[in-house]
Design a protein around this ligand. Structure first.
Ligand code: C2E
Ligand code: CA
Ligand code: CA
Length: 692
């Protein structure tokens, strides 16, 4: 092959590389971006055609000087751009199998016709008489070649991204051959050597054009480099953003250990590998003994530091195995292969020894012991049961005094099968929409009017009947279903508030949030989204969080509380009196309401102590500028005492049991309810939608 032909081919190959690199961005939908890529791609190809034509011509070494008429040549070049654009538009993102064929036919026609045009533009004398075989053979070969090239290109686009560049390069090579070959055929069939000369007045000399063509090829090369540089930069920044996002949402913010979600993902992979290699897995579930006491006596800041210290000791000990934080004071370690009982027991005892060593936290010495449950896969159960079985073993260790490890045995889960079944059904219930929210009215004590309601979850099990949230919420919390349940609750409540609004009832609703939900990184965002989607003013929503939860995970709680308050949602401390609140801490929380626990209300009439507690709580709340709600009011006596104490709101069976949303609406609208009671006027006023 002559060096000139090789140079020709190289030039078109380069042009095709640029063109295809731009064409890979074409989308099905027509947009300005797609149009831009298409034009860029067509320009690159047309430049290639033109450059190759000039090189091919200079290769002929004619016995006379040649020159191009500028206007005519430009027109032919424009036609080339149009053909290339039409061809790429059809075949660059084929919708039907025929598109590759028609697109490549247009490209081939472009190659042959523009070559004919370029040669004709030379207008030599006495004039060209084309030999039939030139265009006649050039067209089918250009068609076949470009069809193959485009087929390779679109096929490559569908492959994994690392293989696509190789396919594009191959396609560019085929395209180059299918341009240069037919061009040479057309040029040869023109018989330019037989001509005697051509007019040169006002023409661009071929030398100038050749120089332009070389500069053009250089530009093409630069364009290619720039495009691929931009490409790789965009990819790198996308990748790092994705990795950052993922690691943020999958890490526990306090200890920076992977959270349960990522652990479950790794566990699933480990199960697959273990099945394939017949290896055994070991799972250790570690729960600190008496951590609550430490939190209460030494304060939450120290508690948090202790958890961090425990996490770092575990990480060091368990190397190279994976450690995760499963919940408040609970950790998981996975031994991914060759986990015989001896290895697991050795690791467990070294964890017991290491965690038992005292550590210095803020100048104070603290030490904890822990209980460890061990379950082995596959001996102690399948993939779905392993964590639960490690948990059962841990409880066994704890109930026998703690500071010990224990292997799983099947007798530990008598009655567990029942739980597992409930859990499975709960998953299904969530998917099938078997859960429902009931609403219990809250009464304004001074006037006796209904001012709002608390949403309470209900589960009508098809076989077991009504299952109480007291039973299924803790189960959902232990087995990682609570976020899903909570998300459903948020959406459902907001939907209901909107539905009531549309019938003229402006109901304030309180929802219960569990500690696991507070740790959910997107909780506040979800609530904001649901409020916004339903155009609900955030002041209509209250989040109830139990006192024990509010005091448990201090840093997280304070952060989430402030985010919620900023959103405009009210915060209520539920079951107040059962935990050990510190006053100074309580003052820091942006809460607006305390709910006295039902146990104090229950004994009001019979116990002087209960009365003292209730009145103290009400006075405390008033001094902190918080509203007080008493829940579980069942008798007229309790009602009277609470009103005398100055309680702001009352809730209980005396006024109304939790009821369906429909029943509550009927009661509000038509006065068909358990008691004659008024709904507060403001409940029927218009509400402003949430700020965007
Ligand atoms: P809670 O937040 O303290 O809810 C009050 C519970 O007291 C409700 O029980 C309610 O039906 C009951 N109650 C109300 N008035 C009276 C009364 O006069 N006498 C008596 N004996 N009981 C009364 P329920 O609906 O069974 O809910 C129990 C607990 O389940 C709730 O306690 C709450 O902690 C949890 N829960 C319910 N729904 C949800 C939910 O959607 N999310 C979360 N995270 N927890 C929920
Ligand atoms: Ca509540
Ligand atoms: Ca409560």
């Amino acid at each position: 092959m002559s060096p000139m032909l090789l140079a020709d081919g190289l030039l078109v190959f380069l042009a095709a590389c640029v063109a295809l690199d731009l064409a890979k961005r074409l989308e099905m939908k027509l947009s300005t971006d797609t149009l831009g890529w298409l034009v860029g791609s067509a320009l690159a190809l047309a430049c290639g055609l033109w450059g190759a034509q000039v090189l091919g011509l200079s290769h002929l070494k004619l016995p006379y000087a040649v020159g191009y008429p500028a206007a005519l040549t430009f027109l032919v070049w424009l036609a080339a751009v149009a053909f290339m654009a039409a061809g790429m538009a059809l075949a660059g993102r084929p919708r039907r199998p025929l598109d590759t064929l028609t697109g490549s036919a247009v490209l081939a026609a472009g190659v042959v016709l523009t070559e004919l045009g370029f040669v004709q533009a030379l207008s030599p004398s006495p004039g060209i008489v084309w030999a039939w075989w030139g265009p006649g053979l050039a067209f089918p070969s250009a068609w076949a070649g470009s069809a193959l090239a485009l087929w390779l290109f679109t096929g490559g686009q569908r492959r994994v991204s690392s293989a696509a560049p190789a396919w594009r390069a191959l396609s560019a090579l085929v395209l180059a051959v299918s341009v240069v070959g037919p061009q040479s055929l057309v040029l040869a069939s023109a018989g330019l050597a037989r001509q005697t000369g051509m007019p040169l007045d006002g023409r661009i000399a071929s030398g100038t054009i050749e120089a332009l063509a070389s500069v053009g090829s250089l530009l093409l090369l630069v364009m290619l480099l720039v495009v691929s540089y931009l490409d790789s930069r965009m990819k790198a920044s996308l990748q790092s953003a994705r990795a950052e996002l993922q690691s943020q949402s999958l890490r526990d913010p306090l200890t920076e250990l992977p959270n349960r979600q990522i652990f479950e993902g790794m566990l699933a992979q480990a199960f697959q590998r273990a099945d394939a290699t017949q290896a055994k897995l070991g799972l250790l579930l570690i729960n600190l003994d008496g951590f609550k006491g430490i939190n209460e006596t030494l304060g939450h800041r120290i508690g948090d530091r202790l958890l961090r210290e425990v996490a770092s000791r575990l990480r060091a000990l368990a190397q190279p195995h994976m450690v995760a934080r499963q919940g408040a004071d609970e950790f998981l370690v996975l031994i991914p292969n060759d986990a015989d009982p001896r290895v697991a027991a050795e690791l467990a005892s070294s964890i017991l020894v290491s965690l038992g060593k005292p550590c210095l936290l803020d100048g104070r010495e603290a030490s904890v012991t822990c209980s460890i449950g061990i379950a082995l896969y596959p001996d102690d159960g399948g993939a779905s049961a392993l964590i639960a079985h490690a948990d059962a073993a841990m409880r066994f260790a704890k109930s026998s005094g703690g500071a010990a490890y224990c292997f799983f045995e099947s007798r530990m889960v008598d009655g567990f099968r029942d739980q597992a079944e409930v859990l499975r059904d709960l998953r299904r219930a969530l998917a099938l929409g078997e859960l429902e929210l009931f609403y219990q009215p809250k009464i304004h004590a001074p006037t006796g009017e209904i001012t709002g309601a608390e949403a309470l979850m209900r589960w009508q099990h098809p076989r077991r009947g009504m299952i109480s949230p007291v039973e299924f919420i803790p189960l959902a919390e232990r087995f990682g279903l609570i976020s899903q349940l909570g998300n459903w609750l948020i959406d459902e409540v907001c939907r209901q508030i909107r539905a009531w609004r549309d019938t003229g009832l402006r109901m304030r609703v309180a929802i219960n949030l569990s500690v696991h939900q507070l740790r959910q990184p997107d909780l506040v965002e979800r609530i904001a989204k649901a409020l916004h989607a339903n155009e609900i003013n955030p002041s209509l929503l209250t989040c109830e969080i139990t006192e024990t939860v509010a005091m448990e995970d201090t840093e997280t709680t304070i952060r989430v509380f402030h985010q919620l308050a900023k959103l405009g949602v009210s915060i209520s401390i539920d079951d107040f009196g059962t935990g050990h609140s510190s006053l100074s801490y309580l003052r820091k929380l942006p809460a607006s309401e305390l709910k006295i626990d039902r146990s104090f209300v229950l004994d009001l009439e019979t116990s002087e102590d209960a009365r003292k507690v209730a009145s103290a709580v009400i006075n405390l709340a008033k001094s902190l500028d918080l509203k007080v709600v008493a829940e579980g009011v069942e008798t007229e006596g309790q009602n009277r005492i609470l009103r005398e104490f100055g309680c702001d709101q009352l809730q209980g069976y005396l006024f109304a049991k939790p009821m369906s949303a429909r029943a509550l609406a009927l009661w509000a609208m038509d006065d068909v309810g358990p008691r004659t009671m008024n709904f507060r006027d403001s409940l029927f006023k218009a509400t402003r939608p949430a700020e965007p």
